[in-house]
Design a protein around this ligand. Structure first.
Ligand code: SF4
Length: 462
């Protein structure tokens, strides 16, 4: 008998022993399960990182993290103990193991991971690469699709991912990226969002996001969702929280679970689907605590907990890694695998991005192993278009790595644009993945086209 390309085996989830890390050696189970303890022991700087790992890691590792923060990092450091503990989960970490670890690769970026010089950013990379701000109907409310909106309630998270799509807005400024700030007060912004939705009955679906809703005081989140539930036209509400994985302790707090129970009951009574969407990129992140939090939400009536991961080179861009992750989510934590997004074209992300061809191959390789309802679609978020399944591409120049896409609706800024549905919209593969002819073509473009700016100019361009 020949082996299958992927051999499924049921695996039990494991909470790695945090006491193997010097900084957490004396931490009790009660402390570990406390959201407050987790938040107050997040790693936000080099001193705190040393405090966790001490002499386990070489000076070169700390210098690598420091160089990235001082140089090209688009996100500042913020890693909860829960997430640190899932790096090198089955051993006492060494420098080599940390450098190779998939969670470390996107949560604790180092300068040596990034591609050097101009290769680090695609010439068409940009801050706010999805042009969400251009599509704000009111501040923070992106109306891109005809029937659904994205409500960015806040610009912080309990953890900062190195590849964050909303690097323009989310988190603290870094030397490379001064952040945009909301101008309205939160209460005014949320009021303006609700007013817009009351006046726009064509919208039936609201993604409540940020940032991460776990950073909102729960009463504020509850008030906003209760406001949505009073709008007759809203049928789907999805709360976005990577913290379900990065800080499951937040979602396990009694007051949060009770509050979610109230919202779920109210949603159910109105025939509205209330779901939680999280963001898990590696199987080792799915621990028993994550499963406990997801199942607690389901137990109080949340309709579904779904995962929207990001396809990242060096992290999960292989069929085995993706299937291991999907089965850990589905079997271990009752979380439905839903999407994997291709990493967006933000500055300094070329080492994370993969080509469309790779994404198409991965989608092919995922098919048939998972139940249909839990087989994730790999999608490309095409600027000015929106999510497209990777096999929907209209035309693909593999030498130059340019794919062309069409769309079947007008975004909020195209209501008077007669040509919007006839245009082709471009997305770009990482240049380092192209054949020599393609790389030479891009090198020539850079020298003759002043619009193709350098990474440094891009980052400072706002
Ligand atoms: S949790 Fe989401 S919004 Fe927050 S930094 Fe990560 S990717 Fe960005």
């Amino acid at each position: 008998m020949l082996e299958q390309p992927y051999e499924y085996t049921a695996r039990d989830l494991v909470e790695p022993d945090w006491r193997r890390l010097p900084g957490f050696a004396d931490v009790s189970t009660d402390e570990w399960r406390s959201a407050q303890w987790q938040r107050s022991h997040c790693v936000k700087n080099l001193r705190q990182l040393r405090g966790v790992y001490g002499d386990l890691l070489d000076e070169s590792f700390y210098a690598d993290v420091e160089a990235d923060q001082a140089g090209r990092a688009t996100m500042s450091l913020l890693v909860p103990p829960q997430m640190l503990n899932t790096m090198v989960p089955a051993a006492v970490p060494t420098t080599a193991a940390m450098l190779a670890d998939p969670v470390r690769r996107y949560m604790l970026p180092v300068a040596s991971d990034r591609l050097p010089g101009d290769d680090g950013s695609h010439p068409h990379a940009s801050r706010d690469s999805l042009h969400e701000h251009e599509m704000w109907a009111v501040e923070g409310l992106t109306h891109r699709y005809p029937t659904k909106v994205l409500a960015e309630l806040l610009s912080t998270c309990p953890q900062y991912c190195g590849h964050c799509t909303r690097m323009d807005l989310v988190g603290n400024s870094t030397p490379a990226v001064p952040k945009l700030r909301f101008e309205l007060k939160p209460v005014d912004r949320q009021g303006a969002m609700l007013a817009y939705l009351r006046a726009t009955p064509g919208v039936r679906d609201v993604v409540v996001s940020g940032g991460d809703v776990a950073n909102l005081p729960f009463r504020n989140l509850e008030a906003f969702v209760a406001g949505l539930l009073e709008i007759e036209s809203i049928r789907d509400i999805r709360l976005a929280s990577k913290a379900l994985m990065g800080l499951p302790q937040h979602w396990l707090q009694p007051e949060v679970i009770e509050g979610m129970g109230r919202l779920a009951a109210s949603a159910r009574a109105r025939g509205v689907s209330l779901a939680v969407h999280t963001h898990v990129n590696a199987a080792q992140s799915v621990t028993p605590l994550v499963a406990e939090a997801a199942r607690a939400l389901l137990a109080v009536g949340v309709r579904d907990v779904r995962n929207q991961g990001v396809l990242l080179g060096g992290v999960n861009a292989g069929a085995r890694q993706l299937l291991d992750l999907c089965f850990a989510l589905l079997d271990g934590a009752s979380i439905t695998p839903y999407y994997f997004y291709m990493c967006d074209m933000i500055p300094s992300a070329e080492h994370w991005r993969v080509s469309l061809a790779t994404a198409q191959t991965l989608q092919h390789d995922l098919m048939g192993y998972l139940p249909g309802f839990a087989t994730p679609r790999i999608v490309c978020d095409v600027p000015y278009v929106g999510k497209r399944w990777v096999h929907q591409v209209a035309e693909y120049d593999r030498v130059r790595g340019i794919s062309y896409w069409t769309k079947n609706y007008r975004t909020g800024i195209e209501r008077t644009d007669a040509d919007a549905l006839d245009r082709r919209y471009a997305y770009y593969d990482p240049i380092a993945t192209l054949p020599a002819e393609g790389r030479e073509w891009w090198a020539a473009q850079r020298t003759k086209d002043p619009v193709l700016r350098t990474a440094r100019e891009l980052a400072a361009s706002r």
